[in-house]
Design a protein around this ligand. Sequence first.
Ligand SMILES: NC(=O)c1ccc[n+]([C@@H]2O[C@H](COP(=O)([O-])OP(=O)(O)OC[C@H]3O[C@@H](n4cnc5c(N)ncnc54)[C@H](OP(=O)(O)O)[C@@H]3O)[C@@H](O)[C@H]2O)c1
Length: 338
Amino acid sequence: MEINDKSGYKAYLPKDDRYAQMSYKRCGTSGIQLPMISLGLWHNFGHADDLLKGQQILRTAFDHGIVHFDLANNYGPPYGSAETNFGRLFRDDFQSHRDELFISSKAGYDMWPGPYGNLGSRKYLVSSLDQSLKRMNLDYVDLFYHHRPDPDTPLEETMSALDFIVRSGRALYVGISNYPAELAKKAIEILKDLGTPCLIHQARYSMFDRWVEDGLLDVLGDTGVGCIAFSPLEQGMLTNKYVKGIPEGSRAAKSMTYLEKETVEKNLPKIKALHEIAQSRGQSLSDMAITWLLKDKRVTSVLVGVSSPEQLISNVNALGNADFTSEELAKIKQVLKS
Ligand SMILES: NC(=O)c1ccc[n+]([C@@H]2O[C@H](COP(=O)([O-])OP(=O)(O)OC[C@H]3O[C@@H](n4cnc5c(N)ncnc54)[C@H](OP(=O)(O)O)[C@@H]3O)[C@@H](O)[C@H]2O)c1
């Protein structure tokens, strides 16, 4: 609910029934449960974006029981601005709900110039998280990730930096992202030996990108580590958005994004075929793409990005139709193989 104050600012009162809107799943064998739908702030929260829209998206998320917000040092553009804007919106709307929220950030990609602003050294990870905390006005994050493997820094150094980050109170849990199966296994073992278990792996996973099925999900299942699937809608390709071409304002129509027009065009036949299967199930393609991921017990949460509150509500509603028949699964498999 929004309440106008005298200055015109619409104060926010979260909905009382917010937790009835969402289902929660245990993250591996940890004590943490995550909402089956989480919200990522990679796009739509930078200084280039409309902050009021961002405010509406965050309010809509919390009103629907989405308590996990995912950030990284370099989200924007420019770098850092998604955290700065999140910090402002957090201060206005969520400060008194801090203990209800599970906020993550990451470091691992290029952030500042020179040898200490990238990859996986202890120097980079600790100072980057200190910067993130300042930008977000937080005392700690719930979860801090190493964002991608660093081929040159010893894995022991990176993992001991994560361990230090927890022991120094900067984060409650740690995770890894974009680590291939074998390296993930080693990282998980090192963290376990250090006494700071790896909570979760954040991996790209969608109907169009299934690399995690070649070993990573088995490692995570065997070691009791959760999995959160990023880009589950392939940045919008697995939605109804592109079924009839590339609309204005979409990611594929904009420059400065990672979704290219050519990629959408190449995938159109599959998108249309999947859209038909979704329709026969009485749901949208995006709903089907989300629930298809969650059918695997090892997938804790699906991490969506949205450019409007309506998209987020539609993604939450997907959870209402999550069961697949074996015929439907076979049809989907056939399309994905083609
Ligand atoms: N760890 C990593 O390396 C990594 C990398 C990438 C992302 N991530 C995380 O994952 C999050 C999600 O990634 P993503 O943004 O690529 O995810 P995504 O959910 O695959 O794509 C989001 C885009 O899909 C479209 N969309 C979403 N819901 C829709 C709906 N119901 N109907 C129609 N279109 C819909 C919107 O596109 P339009 O903007 O065109 O409307 C939206 O911006 C990021 O915010 C970030 O937190 C992590």
